[in-house]
Structure formats: structure tokens, C-alpha cells
Write a protein that binds this ligand. Structure first.
Ligand code: GMT
Length: 378
């Protein structure tokens, strides 16, 4: 198949899933055309089956905002026509699905409807639970969903939320996030510990874009509680709006020497491989890809019972789920794992097995079947 993928290039789960999906499809012989503002952060090395089209919105002094959604629509239409794309897979309802809908309208005079590309839209969460919750965006999100040929959500939670908030006409299928367990596998390396100046203390890790929804303050408070009982270091990977406040807070608390702000890193496996626990206290998370990647590396997770986490983290088996904001509960459960080597080892092994149920190859097959059904149903 010839598949266009429209996604955000920025540090986040949707860009990671879109890039990994495109790479896996290309490895199976499909031709993939990526559309985004910059190369998606996990795109990596050259592949003969992957083409990347940078979308540049026109800048003109009269316009306060560049017209990215329109530039993207024009680019999709241009590439779809000349490359004869079968499917355009939009990651996010807005603007990507909306731009794909517009692109198809641009081609209406040029190609017969039955020959035009199909639109598959994947909802990742923020487009529904954050942006979509803003009344000014509701109509356009609903339109993008209803005008797509097929819609998938990354968890049952997100599917139900979308139905509750938008009552869409379209059927929504659930295709969860996935992880390549041949790459995300624990391989502890003493050199990594040495580079970071770590001893034999317990390592707690968190990876995100530091947006308010990630509850960075809760991570710090849980870590502070852990640090009062055992020797531990917190590794914070990523960057975003909550980082500055977090840095100030750890300095004020006098724990700055035990909290490392490592910024945005592409290769997180070496860090996950030395981690003992991942903290994900998000107050809403449609899936939580970073937690799945940690589990693949044998890292148990303490997260919230919000959103999609309960769909792949079983209580007491792969870590623990607590209500958002329950700092005392998260601290206690973290200690249960960190202070009991046998329990930790059982959880760690169970995490690795659980991640294999979300193996990239299995979920990529589901996407391929989904595209085929859309094409055949045309
Ligand atoms: O979590 C983020 O802030 C990034 C966001 C994104 O759009 O990249 O992630 C969303 O999509 C991921 C991939 O499907 C999910 O694993 C994340 O749970 C989801 N984030 C939220 O729902 C907050």
C-alpha cells in the first residue's frame, strides 16, 4: 500500500507511535510518505520506502498565525495525487484529520471519489480530552471524526470518552499503543551509571513533555517521600512548561543533588535499563506509552487509575495504580516495590511479559488490516 502519515514531530507519544508505525510498515514493503513540520523525532535512519515531506506554512506580516492546517492540506493533496496514495493516516483529529479531509476535497475535481485516498484517523487523547474539551474546538473535532473513513482510539477509555463528548456517527476501533521489545529490552550498563555519577542507590524515572497533565509536582513529592526512607535518585527525562517550577522546587527542598533533569533524549533504553521504578501520576492519560516502554525494559510502574493505564497495568502485578493526587498511596506502593527485592523481581518479569502482548508487529498487522478494510470498503 501507499500510505501517507500526518503527525506531530514533537517529543510525545503520538509522534513516536506514528514514526514507529511508518518504519514498521516500510520494513514490510509499504511505501510511506510522512507529512509534518519537521522530521518526527523517532524517524531515524534512511529507508528506501520512507519519504518525508516538510510542511511549511506561509509567513506573511498580515497573518498573525501561519496557516499550517491549510499548508498541510495542500501538501497532502499534491503528494496524494502524484504518488497515488491509498490511505492518509492522520494522527490527531485536529489539524491532521481536518487537513486530510480538506485535501480530499481539493482533489474532488481531479480524481473520482472511488480512486481518492481513504482517511484513517487515530485519536491519541489530547485532541479529545484537552483540545477537544475546549468548546471553540468541539465542532471541528466532531467534523474531523465524522468525515474520516475510519477512526481508531489508542484505548477503550479514549473511545468511550470520545463517544461521551462528541456522539460521533463513526464507529471507533481500539488499536492500542505498541512497543518493539527487541529494542526496548533491559540491558543494564554499569558505564551509564558511572556517566551519571550514580552509586548503587535505587533509580526512579519519569519521561514526558512536562505538561500540567503529567503532575510533575506529584512526582517530586512522591520521590521526596521515598528519599526520606531509602537512598534513591530521580531521573527526569524530557522538557516542557512545568520543568522550571520543578527545578526551583527541588532546590528549595534541598534535594537538587538527587534529582537529575536530563532534558529531551531520543535513546531512553539505557536509562530505562538502570531504572527500578517509573512514576506516571498523570491526572489523565489516554494510554501512557512511556509506561509501556518502561515495562518492556522490566521497570514496574506506579501510575494513576485514570484513563488508559488500567488497560495494560494490572494492580500488584506490573506495579500499582492509585487515584490521581494520592501522594501518600503512591509513596507507600513505590516503597513496597523498592524495599522488597522478590516482589520487585516478580513484577519486573511480569512487566516484560505484558509488554510482549503489545508487540509492534502485532499492532502493525492490525493497522494494515484496518487500512485494507477501508480501501476495500471504498
Ligand atoms: O502525553 C503527551 O502529552 C503527549 C501525547 C501526544 O500527543 O504525543 O501523548 C498522547 O498520545 C500517546 C500515544 O498514543 C499516549 O500514549 C498518551 O497517553 C497521550 N497523552 C495523553 O493522553 C495526555
Amino acid at each position: 500500500m501507499k500510505i501517507g502519515i500526518s503527525c506531530y514531530h514533537t517529543y510525545g507519544g503520538s509522534g513516536a507511535i506514528a514514526a514507529e508505525l511508518g518504519k514498521a510498515l516500510a520494513a514490510k514493503g509499504h511505501i510511506i510518505h510522512f507529512f509534518s513540520q519537521a522530521a518526527p523525532f523517532r524517524l531515524g535512519a534512511y529507508s528506501p520506502n520512507i519519504f518525508y515531506h516538510e510542511v511549511e506554512a506561509m509567513h506573511y506580516p498580515l497573518f498573525e498565525c501561519p496557516f499550517y492546517a491549510l499548508a498541510l492540506a495542500s501538501k497532502i493533496a499534491e503528494v496524494a495525487l502524484y504518488e497515488k496514495l491509498d490511505v492518509v493516516h492522520a494522527h490527531y483529529a485536529i489539524p491532521h484529520a481536518m487537513s486530510a479531509v480538506l485535501a480530499r476535497q481539493m482533489l474532488e475535481d481531479t480524481c473520482a471519489e472511488s480512486r481518492c485516498f481513504r482517511i484513517a484517523t487515530t485519536l491519541h487523547g489530547t485532541d479529545i480530552t484537552v483540545v477537544g474539551a475546549d468548546r471553540s474546538m468541539q465542532n471541528v473535532v466532531r467534523l474531523a471524526i465524522n468525515k474520516s473513513d475510519g477512526v481508531t482510539a489508542v484505548s477503550s477509555y479514549l473511545k468511550e470518552e470520545t463517544i461521551r463528548m462528541f456522539s460521533p456517527r463513526k464507529e471507533i476501533s481500539v488499536i492500542p499503543n505498541f512497543v518493539d521489545t527487541s529494542l526496548f529490552a533491559r540491558s543494564p550498563n554499569q558505564a551509564v551509571r558511572e556517566q551519571l555519577g550514580l552509586g548503587d542507590e535505587k533509580i526512579i524515572i519519569h519521561i514526558s513533555n512536562f505538561r500540567p497533565v503529567k503532575c510533575i509536582g506529584d512526582i517530586l513529592r512522591v520521590f521526596e517521600g521515598i528519599g526520606r526512607r531509602i537512598d534513591a535518585t530521580l531521573l527526569l527525562v524530557g522538557d516542557g512548561p512545568e520543568r522550571s517550577d520543578a527545578e526551583i522546587w527541588v532546590r528549595e527542598q534541598g534535594i537538587a543533588d538527587r534529582v537529575r533533569f536530563l532534558g529531551k533524549l531520543d535513546d531512553i533504553v539505557p536509562l530505562l535499563s538502570i531504572a527500578d521504578l517509573m512514576l506516571m501520576p498523570s491526572n489523565v492519560e489516554s494510554f501512557g506509552l512511556a509506561a509501556l516502554e518502561a515495562m518492556a525494559c522490566g521497570v514496574p510502574v506506579v501510575a494513576t487509575d485514570a484513563g488508559g493505564f488500567p488497560e495494560f497495568i494490572a494492580q500488584g502485578e506490573h506495579g500499582y495504580l492509585l487515584p490521581p493526587g494520592d501522594i501518600a498511596g503512591m509513596t507507600e506502593k513505590s516503597m513496597l516495590l523498592l524495599a522488597n527485592p522478590e516482589h520487585w523481581a516478580e513484577c519486573s518479569a511480569a512487566c516484560v511479559l505484558q509488554a510482549k502482548r503489545f508487540e509492534t508487529s502485532l499492532l502493525v498487522e492490525q493497522y494494515e488490516a484496518y487500512y485494507r478494510a477501508l480501501i476495500e470498503g471504498a
